[in-house]
Ligand binder design. Structure first.
Ligand code: DGP
Length: 114
């Protein structure tokens, strides 16, 4: 069981900002920006590369929820903006094998990424 599954079940605590039938969102424990929230599906999908056709609605829900959370946190401004990131596998920088969308905001983020 991954650390994120333990957050879903409530086995370990997290600073939760949103929860519904399909997903849960909480502040990252090692924030890389002033706002750093993780949006994860309650369904165990290891990474985006392993999502299936049947996950289409769920994947859309994660992105829509990320946008709603950005609005709720007051960071959904076109002048400042935010970034969504999904790391996949070793070269992608994935460290927890449970699909998660990073929502980063509050500072200018470099592009291309390191
Ligand atoms: P990634 O490297 O894309 O797999 O991102 C995993 C993120 O998960 C990383 O930014 C740190 C975060 N993280 C790891 N363990 C915990 C935890 O126990 N609680 C919280 N809130 N975040 C965690």
């Amino acid at each position: 069981m991954t650390i994120f599954e333990k957050i879903i079940t409530g086995e370990i605590p997290a600073d939760i900002v949103h929860q519904d039938d399909l997903c849960i969102a909480f502040h990252d424990v090692t924030p890389q920006a002033p706002t750093h929230v993780l949006i994860i599906p309650k369904k165990c999908i290891a990474r985006i590369g392993e999502a299936e056709e049947q996950d289409q609605a769920l994947l859309g829900h994660l992105l829509l929820t990320a946008g709603k959370i950005a609005s709720e946190l007051g960071i959904n401004h076109t002048d400042e903006g935010f970034r969504l990131v999904i790391n996949n596998g070793k070269n992608g920088g994935e460290s927890v094998p449970h699909l998660h969308v990073h929502l980063l905001a509050g500072r200018a983020l470099a592009w291309p990424p390191g």
